[in-house]
Ligand binder design. Structure first.
Ligand SMILES: Nc1ncnc2c1ncn2[C@@H]1O[C@H](COP(=O)(O)OP(=O)(O)OP(=O)(O)O)[C@@H](O)[C@H]1O
Ligand SMILES: [Mg+2]
Length: 410
């Protein structure tokens, strides 16, 4: 069918035509904003989920909802930056947020105080930063946000910006994606600052998204994080929601699906949002006429799998060292579930202590997560199947002395 009309969106963070199965979270978010608007407190949320389940898309929905309700939105994608870079990014974003809260000419006392606090915050970054920091044309506030301690400084600026937002009848949402890449001090700073703004009942909140380990990371950073946030886990879509994602998108272009085609698509994708979009996209390319049939889905299957292998899965493998690859291949051999470190080590004929650094590297790269103590699972759905396809033989790198050949599975 006409590629121009293809309604599917198999791209990271791309908002699909139909955001299926997420109404409950959008509703929760509306309640959160509504309560903060009324000066009430409410648990905020950090959305956890595997790769490709739609966390970024959901944050995008939150952004839209917040803007419709006249809230200001600050968006940040965390990456493994040191605190200096983190300060720079936060500063640049908060500065923009302050201008959005109110035009300078109309700033009330709280907004002026927030500008001074931000100016103080900027002092700690200006000298070291390569890029020029657009400073606020306002003197710094001494003793506020200039402690040289990220937790204290961020708390000061967020409180003052929250007060400015309140003064101007609006609110501010911080949407942070890939939260697992924040280091401990950055996560601690955000959590503690939000804890304070909640105590002060300010219209400012934080919603995060990241891989499943974020609940544990947040709890480690601040024990009260569990009371401050809900940690909804989003995953694959139910059959009905997956059907909606597929069928309602096609209907926008006047195209329908035969039931058998829907069942087969669900079987192949297991309802994972990214897989649905990729399969839908490939099916559209092979189908003709206005009805998508089971045959069309079968015809698109190879192209769909080849596309997943060459992009979604392959990029993860390309970043890994031979030992990391061997570790993931050994895990895959044990099956799709989370695996015990000792069992993986057993397959590799090593002690789990010897492989502990490799395992931690994979966790810190975001390829593995630890659902419970001693276990690790893939953060990418169906990655085990891919590993068995992409690396038919388990090979331990020669530098590691022993060399083992595992069973060949397909
Ligand atoms: N609710 C949904 N219904 C249908 N398709 C969706 C939905 N949410 C996301 N998608 C599609 O799934 C794909 C992945 O979405 P997104 O990038 O938001 O996932 P993610 O969880 O942020 O992944 P990652 O962890 O890799 O960043 C995109 O192609 C998007 O269009
Ligand atoms: Mg994402």
């Amino acid at each position: 069918m006409d590629p121009v009309k293809n309604p599917y969106t198999p791209n990271a963070g791309a908002t699909p035509e139909i955001v299926s199965g997420r109404d409950e979270y959008i509703q929760d978010f509306l309640v959160l904003l509504g309560r903060l608007d009324r000066g009430r407190t409410n648990q905020s949320m950090i959305i956890a989920g595997l790769r490709g389940v739609g966390k970024t898309v959901l944050l995008g929905e939150f952004r839209q909802v917040a803007e419709e309700h006249k809230w200001r939105v600050l968006e940040l994608e965390a990456s493994k930056h040191d605190d200096e870079r983190f300060r720079q990014t936060i500063y640049a974003q908060l500065r923009t947020a302050l201008y959005q809260i109110s035009p300078t000419a109309k700033w009330g006392d709280k907004a002026k105080a927030a500008a001074q606090a931000l100016r103080s915050f900027s002092l700690s970054i200006e000298p070291a930063s390569g890029a020029p920091i657009l400073s606020l044309d306002i003197p710094p506030a001494e003793g506020i946000a200039d402690h040289g301690d990220l937790v204290l400084d961020l708390t000061d600026v967020l409180i003052s910006i929250g007060e400015a937002a309140k003064e101007h009848g609006t609110g501010l949402v911080l949407l942070v994606d890939e939260v697992q890449f924040l280091n401990r001090s950055q996560l601690e700073a955000i959590i503690q600052a939000i804890h304070k703004t909640v105590q002060k009942k300010l219209p400012l909140t934080f919603v995060g998204a990241g891989l499943p380990q974020i609940e544990e990371l947040a709890g480690d950073a601040k024990s009260y994080a569990e009371r401050l946030f809900k940690f909804p886990n989003i995953g694959s879509l139910s059959f009905d929601d997956a059907r909606t994602a597929l069928v309602a998108s096609a209907e926008l272009e006047g195209v329908e699906f035969q039931n058998e085609a829907i069942y087969r698509a669900f079987e192949l994708t297991e309802g994972y949002p990214y897989f649905i979009q990729e399969l839908g996209y490939q099916v559209w390319a092979v189908a003709e006429g206005n009805t998508i049939t089971l045959e069309d889905v079968e015809d698109a299957k190879d192209a769909y799998e080849a596309k997943l292998d060459s992009s979604f899965f392959r990029v993860r493998l390309d970043r890994a060292t031979p030992l990391q690859i061997a570790y993931m291949r050994a895990m895959a051999q044990l099956g799709p579930e989370s695996q015990k470190a000792a069992d993986v080590a057993g397959i590799m004929e090593r002690e789990s202590t010897q492989l502990a650094p490799t395992r931690s590297e994979l966790i810190s790269m975001g390829l593995l997560y630890t659902p419970s103590h001693g276990y690790a699972g893939f953060t990418v759905p169906h990655f085990d199947r891919f590993m068995l396809r992409a690396v038919p033989d388990l090979e331990i790198p020669p530098a590691q002395k022993r060399r083992t050949r595992g069973t060949t599975e397909s």
